[in-house]
Design a protein around this ligand. Structure first.
Ligand SMILES: *Cc1c(COP(=O)(O)O)cnc(C)c1O
Ligand code: SF4
Length: 447
């Protein structure tokens, strides 16, 4: 197959893309303004093969990748727009942007403070260990993506590559940590997108795990949006074959390899490139599981989800999670209330066969854990909402049902009130104790 050369575009060179040059002036100005606050990067595959330009600005993949006016609060947009129009100096724009970003809750769910594991008394910054069985690993070289999603909450961490030496030091800290934590059964490589790394770089992280032959580790997972944003990663990049051999080596070593693929809309599954890439990955013995947040203006119709899950099963992927969009970034634009989210899930789920009903949700990745909205419960004289944990800081909380007051507007866990006049949900005292007492947290993560 002929090589497909990757070209990235941002606000600075977007006029090189003819489809953008043809947009109305007002839309191009909005891109310029909003992209100073939210991440903007698109590439030739997304622009040429995924976006349906006849449907812009309503096209879901366009909304997924291209900043739009409504993604910023009106007064934020106007503040930056005025500076840009007036040709304000760069440092003035930068400081206005920094102020706005600080209000967008870039590190939600206590992510930074609470989940960084320690080894020999030192914090391991590239890792998170929140749920007993799984360590999240953020390779320093994988902290960017083939294109950026407008809803993404990870943009504060997008940085450049720190080099091979840094990578191998990180890999050896990871292996040490896994060795001392026999309760961990799987490592999830995440980012950014680990699949932006060269095969050689990826291998420098994975080989030490394979060589350590840790009896506790049964699975390696790689979270990636590459199948959607750059399927040629597995087809025609110059090290595509090396990536596939590495996958084959992982499965050949008796480990389960799960590619956790992010797809947000069925439109991302229509090209022949993505179908072929899925086939190549599956040929290595890896499984592909899929996940996505539910977002207004992108995928908030039940048909989007049932079509997506059906197509995924058809192509050989396993639907895994439906998430609620986090309380960060352009959340007002993407916000879907919990009650509505659960209706969309239920309706989509009802329209697919059992093979696609492996998907769980809608789920909030919140501080105490992954909280699933089960749905309404009608009691004599009142209606409440049932929830449970799919994952929790304390494994003992998992699958326990708890009830909240019915609230059609609430869009996140912290907007819900416990039902029946209770003051706290069952897990809150223990959660506060975990956060208040560092020692207790260490005991918990090691247990
Ligand atoms: C979602 C998540 C995991 C993985 O959870 P699974 O239910 O095993 O897929 C691990 N760690 C963190 C912090 C997560 O948010
Ligand atoms: S691919 Fe993932 S990490 Fe990258 S911008 Fe999109 S959501 Fe964020």
């Amino acid at each position: 197959m002929t090589e497909h050369k990757y070209h990235a575009y941002g606000a600075h060179n977007i006029s090189n893309v003819p489809q953008f040059a043809n947009l109305p002036e007002e839309d191009r100005f909005a891109i310029d303004v909003v992209s100073r606050v939210l991440p903007f990067k698109i590439n030739n595959y997304v622009a040429d093969e995924l976006i349906n330009w006849d449907n812009v600005p309503n096209d879901p993949v366009y909304t997924l990748t291209v900043p739009q006016r409504g993604m910023l609060a009106h007064h934020h947009f106007e503040a930056v727009a005025r500076l840009v129009r007036d040709g304000a100096p760069k440092d003035q724009i930068d400081s206005a942007v920094a102020e706005i970003r600080a209000t967008l809750n870039p590190h939600p769910a206590g992510q930074l403070e609470h989940n960084v594991p320690e080894l020999y008394g030192e914090r391991l910054e590239g890792m998170q260990h929140k749920y007993r069985e799984t360590v999240l690993f953020f390779p320093a070289s994988g902290q960017t993506c083939h294109a950026y999603c407008t809803f993404c909450f990870r943009w504060p961490q997008f940085v450049g590559d720190k080099g091979l030496k840094f990578a191998s030091a990180e890999a050896s800290a990871l292996v040490d940590y896994l060795r001392y934590h026999p309760e961990v059964t799987n490592v999830l490589f995440t980012g950014g997108d680990p699949m932006v790394m060269s095969a050689a770089r990826l291998e420098s992280y994975i080989r030490p795990i394979l060589e350590a032959r840790l009896p506790n580790i049964v699975s390696i997972r790689i979270g990636t949006k590459s199948l959607s944003y750059w399927p040629y990663r597995y087809l025609t990049d110059k090290d595509s074959e090396d990536v596939l051999s590495l996958f084959r080596e992982i499965t050949g070593n008796g480990l389960h390899l799960a590619i956790m693929a992010h797809f947000n809309h069925p439109q991302e599954l229509q090209t022949s490139a993505v179908a072929e890439a899925i086939g190549k990955i599956r040929d290595t013995g890896a499984e592909i599981r899929t996940q996505s947040p539910l977002m207004a203006n992108i995928n908030d119709r039940a048909e989007d989800w049932s079509a997506m899950w059906r197509k995924q099963v058809n192509l050989g992927c396993i639907p895994y999670y439906m998430f609620i969009a986090r309380d960060t970034g352009a959340q007002q634009f993407f916000r879907v209330p919990l009650v509505r989210a659960q209706e969309i899930y239920r309706e989509a789920y009802a329209h697919v066969s059992g093979l696609a009903r492996t998907v769980r949700g809608p789920s909030m990745s919140a501080d105490p854990g992954k909280v699933r909205v089960i749905g309404p419960v009608e009691l004599p004289g009142r209606k409440v909402m049932a929830l449970n944990f799919l994952q929790a800081r304390d494994p003992d909380w998992v699958q326990r049902i708890f009830l909240a007051e019915w609230d059609e507007n609430a869009a996140w866990l912290d907007e819900l009130r416990p039902a029946f006049g209770e003051t706290r949900f069952f897990f809150e005292d223990e959660l506060a104790a975990m956060h208040g007492n560092a020692l207790q947290e260490l005991v918990f993560s090691a247990r």
